[in-house]
Design a protein around this ligand. Structure first.
Ligand SMILES: Cc1ncc(COP(=O)(O)O)c(C=O)c1O
Length: 367
């Protein structure tokens, strides 16, 4: 059993996708252009933001957001260490330094109680990451950002349409950054990302940022990047967006089935979701005793799983110069040792989930 099966989703909407891709070719709208514009409008509306700027990855979305705020050399940005490497990497790409914070032990988002200790005169922004599909605890983080005059940029790469209270994530700070990597809840057929914002000036700056710092063709006001979204990706995302709610419901149903069948396996801690929020289950992330052996056993029984992530960012070789020690962030380090992502995608069946859970049960009964 695959960890994720993108082919099933394609087959269900094949005609629409094929027609959309053909239109990009007949219209020669390959780079940005009308299909990207249409997606930007629709995605901004879906998230509840005024603007969306389509770019060519989640990493470039984060990088553009930071650059748009003028963050760079000499600055610090607070990030969780329990995240994909791209979050701190985007900070480093600007010349600023990522300052790591541990996660909290129930929902695995950045530990807001540990943020204020890390704020210095150099701190310019906080990037909470809404990991696995569940929101970070935003209310206190918004307060901390306001109180300390810091920008709040949300990394929503794993949380398309996640709600914190009544509002969709991505709209709590100055900008929300999304990845549309193929395996995401809303996935392109290649690389893509977006920044959403309500800020008029930032919107214009990001539109120029993705296009070599150009507000007007061949006039370059600053040094930017080629971060434009491809027309093919805009077209694919635009076809998929109306299905996202249904696919999210299916993920949530699958999560409920997992919870039912994992009940009683004491060695597994299933994911928690705050009652007030909407968890979109990008990943079905559990903590598992004897994780590595269980993972191999599942593989031996044809069940592929993932680890998100085996090395927390503060212990990555790329950040060895920052001299964090093993033991600095115990919660994130425990997650690195025990976290396991079980197969999760909308089309996963109840029978498949039952098989996965029965196999897990067998493992713990015999180990
Ligand atoms: C939390 C997080 N941030 C950033 C990214 C980077 O997105 P991309 O791969 O589209 O550059 C990802 C993608 O995996 C992610 O999961």
């Amino acid at each position: 059993m695959d960890f994720i099966d993108l082919r099933l989703q394609y087959l269900a909407i094949q005609n629409e996708i094929d027609t959309a891709l053909k239109s990009v070719m007949t219209d020669c709208a390959f780079s940005a252009g009308k299909y990207v514009n249409a997606f930007e409008e629709n995605f901004a509306r879906a998230v509840g933001a005024k603007y969306c700027v389509g770019v060519n990855s989640g990493t470039s979305a984060l990088h553009s957001a930071l650059l748009g705020l003028g963050i760079g050399l000499g600055d610090e940005v607070i990030v969780p260490t329990n995240t994909f490497f791209a979050t701190p990497e985007a900070v480093s790409l600007t010349g600023a330094v990522p300052v790591f914070v541990d996660c909290e032990p129930v929902y695995y988002g950045i530990d807001y109680k540990a943020i204020e200790d890390k704020i210095s005169s150099k701190t310019k922004a906080i990037i909470p990451v809404h990991l696995y599909g569940e929101s970070a605890e935003l209310a206190p983080i918004v307060d901390i950002a306001k109180k300390n005059d810091l920008h709040l940029i949300e990394d929503c790469s794993q949380s398309h349409l996640t709600k914190y209270g009544e509002k969709t994530v991505g709209t709590f700070g100055i900008m929300g950054c999304f990845s549309f990597y193929p395996g995401k809840n809303l996935g392109a057929y290649g690389e893509a990302g977006a920044v959403v914002t309500n800020d008029d000036q930032l919107y214009l700056k990001l539109m120029a940022m993705r296009d070599h710092g150009s507000y007007e063709k061949y006039h370059h006001d600053f040094v930017g990047h080629n971060y434009r979204m491809e027309g093919f990706q805009g077209a694919v995302l635009n076809v998929k967006l109306p299905y996202l709610k249904k696919w999210t419901d299916m993920r949530q149903q699958n999560a409920a089935i997992y919870r039912k069948h994992l009940n009683g396996i004491g060695e597994i801690t299933p994911p928690s979701a705050r009652k007030s929020d909407t968890h979109v289950y990008h990943l079905y992330s559990v903590l598992a005793k004897n994780r590595n052996k269980l993972r191999q056993y599942l593989l031996d029984n044809s069940i592929a799983t993932g680890i998100h992530y085996p090395i927390p960012c503060h212990l990555q070789k790329a950040y060895s110069h920052l001299a964090y020690q093993c033991g600095s962030f115990s919660c994130s380090e425990t997650i690195a040792d025990e976290q396991l992502s079980l197969p999760m995608y909308p089309e996963l069946t109840e029978n498949q989930i039952e098989y996965i859970c029965a196999t897990i049960k067998n493992f713990y009964q015999s180990n």
